[in-house]
Design a protein around this ligand. Structure first.
Ligand code: SF4
Length: 283
């Protein structure tokens, strides 16, 4: 395993003599399969067009999705939910439309910059931009003001159907609590480890990853979620969405709710065996 990711030996409630050594990447694959079995398809991203994904990826920076929805409703109401719509809306008007998402001046300016780049580099056509090889386009997006790795990868995966995994704060929280990453582990290291892990086939161990007995709220299928994508792209899409669900419902910022979480059986053994409910994790 590469530097920074922590190669821990895991056990999965098997008899002592059956215990297996698992690499971090094997564990990541197992986490994906357990979550998928527990919670099913998540239908991400909630958007009706690739450009709506781009807008959402910008607007969701440093704010809750509920605020993004308010800004999106404004854009839709103003007929500005398209490349052409952003192009013809004045900067001042755009600022007011996206105001509910916070940092509205900065976000409006950055959306304008994105469309200006699309116009100059790709004749205003998203399809032309997404037709590029993944790494070339990733580099191009990362060169734009206001686009960091998480935003770039969200756009690549959810709007463009490219095979990249999105690492967010929820991924980091869960990986750190499961001993798969440390605070200092870099974005790229986590992203590439997940991508390698989800390339491999394999199923959950028998008895692992049962369906949740209670429902979690799932997005309605959207045009973006129904986009044709490769099996690898589908896995990256679903894993990111499943991680968000897990972090929101169980692996919360404060005391995690391990006793209810589908991943409780995959905690590193010393943490899993800790006696007090709610203090099961190494946090
Ligand atoms: S809530 Fe506990 S079991 Fe679930 S992901 Fe977080 S640390 Fe793991």
């Amino acid at each position: 395993m590469s530097n920074g990711m922590v190669p821990i030996l895991y056990t999965f409630g098997m008899k002592r003599e059956e215990r297996q050594k698992q690499s971090g990447e094997e564990m990541i694959g197992r986490i994906f399969r357990v979550l998928e079995r527990a919670m099913g398809a998540q239908h991400w991203w909630p958007a009706e067009s690739p450009f709506e994904v781009v807008l959402g990826a910008y607007l969701t920076q440093n704010t809750a999705w509920t605020n993004v929805e308010l800004a999106m409703a404004n854009l839709r109401g103003a007929g500005a939910m398209s490349v052409e719509g952003i192009r013809r809306t004045t900067l001042e008007d755009l600022e007011q439309l996206v105001r509910p998402a916070g940092y509205f001046r900065q976000k409006a300016a950055r959306l304008k910059m994105f469309v200006a780049h699309l116009d100059s580099a790709h004749k205003g056509l998203l399809e032309a931009m997404f037709a590029q090889p993944t790494e070339a386009l990733r580099g191009e997006l990362l060169g734009l003001t206001g686009i960091g790795p998480e935003t770039a990868d969200s756009i690549l995966l959810y709007a463009g159907g490219h095979e990249v995994f999105v690492v967010d704060t929820y991924t980091r929280r869960i990986f750190e609590r499961h001993g798969l990453a440390e605070k200092a582990t870099g974005y790229e290291e986590i992203r590439l480890a997940v991508q390698r892990a989800l390339t491999a086939e394999g199923g959950a161990e028998e008895g692992e990853g049962e369906q949740l007995s209670h429902a979690v709220t799932v997005h309605e299928p959207s045009a973006a979620s129904r986009m044709a994508r490769s099996e690898r792209g589908r896995r990256y899409n679903e894993f990111h969405a499943l991680i968000v669900q897990t972090a929101k419902h169980f692996c919360v910022k404060g005391t995690p709710k391990c006793e209810m979480c589908p991943l409780r059986g995959l905690l590193p053994k010393p943490a899993r065996d800790a006696p007090k409910q709610g203090r099961l994790c190494r946090v």
